[in-house]
Ligand binder design. Structure first.
Ligand SMILES: NC(=O)c1ccc[n+]([C@@H]2O[C@H](COP(=O)([O-])OP(=O)(O)OC[C@H]3O[C@@H](n4cnc5c(N)ncnc54)[C@H](OP(=O)(O)O)[C@@H]3O)[C@@H](O)[C@H]2O)c1
Length: 276
């Protein structure tokens, strides 16, 4: 079976590709810079959708990034997938769909119309605390996480656990899994996450409240386009209300392994927060 992995160089796509290849699947990595074994693919180039999809039987779909409405690109892409004979689509959705986000329901509807489909709804990625993400930058530069989440908690998940679950769903011999909420093993607020990073690194890290408008500015400064920057900042309000404070056993049920804890992740990635 040929599996097309969109976002195949990203947080979930990279470990997913490794797992699928290790298990003998024929994987086609698709992104703008896919590496030597991949196919160049840009969401902004709809004329290339059919070429990228030709011969694929299954698709791992990471929606077009940095836009609150995926449908202008994802809609035609899924039509091209259907025309190419794709049977199975596994969508990387989210437990935290920004309020008022256009197109999320339509995208899921389009995915559900395939003979075999699954929508993975992960909680917040532990990877948000690493790399160029504004949360990670704040920790490195000021020992500070600014958010409007208050005491709100969520079940932070390692993207590698999402990838492991996605691999099981993509490779399942029979009908696949439908809707799956994926979380890590525990629900933590930013204050608790900050305390864990402080303990692991030996440097102070605090959580400070910030108005949503400040977070929108921070996201814009990080290079996000305006509607997306606002939608992402708005997610904090949902977290504050407790609407994503949940932990599921889905990763364990699908993969047979317990998802990684935040403390374990922080220990493994402590260099991320080094100031030198
Ligand atoms: N972060 C969270 O807490 C969280 C929580 C729940 C759900 N999610 C969902 O996860 C998804 C994004 O995850 P992420 O932020 O970790 O990103 P990511 O998957 O690490 O990176 C984005 C991927 O998309 C590719 N890409 C970027 N622009 C592209 C373009 N124009 N055309 C084709 N490919 C492109 C990138 O590769 P190239 O640069 O090579 O193109 C990369 O492989 C979103 O759909 C989000 O809703 C995130």
């Amino acid at each position: 079976m040929t599996i097309l992995v969109t976002g195949g160089t990203g947080n979930t796509g990279r470990p997913l590709t490794e797992t699928l290849r290790a298990r003998g699947a024929d994987v086609r990595v698709a992104s703008r810079r896919p590496g030597p074994d991949g196919v160049p693919f840009d969401w902004e180039d709809p004329g290339a959708y059919a070429r990228v999809l030709a011969g694929a039987e299954a698709v791992y779909l990471v929606p077009p990034p940095l836009t609150p409405d995926p449908m202008p690109m994802a809609g035609p892409f899924l039509e091209a997938a259907r025309a190419a004979g794709v049977r199975r689509v596994v969508l990387l959705g989210s437990l935290m769909v920004p309020r008022g986000a256009q197109g999320a329901a339509e995208l899921e509807g389009a995915v559900r119309s395939f003979p075999e489909w699954a929508v993975l709804r992960p909680s917040g990625f532990m990877q948000n605390f690493t790399g160029a993400h504004p949360v990670a930058v704040g920790i490195r530069e000021r020992g500070e996480i600014r958010s409007a989440t208050g005491e709100g908690r969520l079940g932070w998940i390692d993207a590698a656990d999402i990838a492991a679950a996605a691999a099981e769903v993509l490779l399942a011999p029979g009908p696949v899994a439908g809707d799956q909420v994926l979380t890590g093993p525990e629900s933590l607020g930013y204050a608790e996450a900050a305390a864990i990073i402080a303990e692991v690194t030996g440097r102070p890290v605090r959580h400070t409240p910030a108005p949503v408008a400040d977070l929108v500015r921070r996201n814009l400064d990080a290079g996000m386009p305006e509607p997306f920057a606002a939608a992402l900042a708005g997610v904090d309000a949902d977290i504050a209300k407790g609407s994503v404070d949940r932990v599921t056993d889905t990763v364990h049920r699908l993969t047979g392994r317990v998802p990684r804890s935040f403390a374990d992740f922080a220990r493994a990635r402590r260099e991320e927060w080094s100031t030198t």
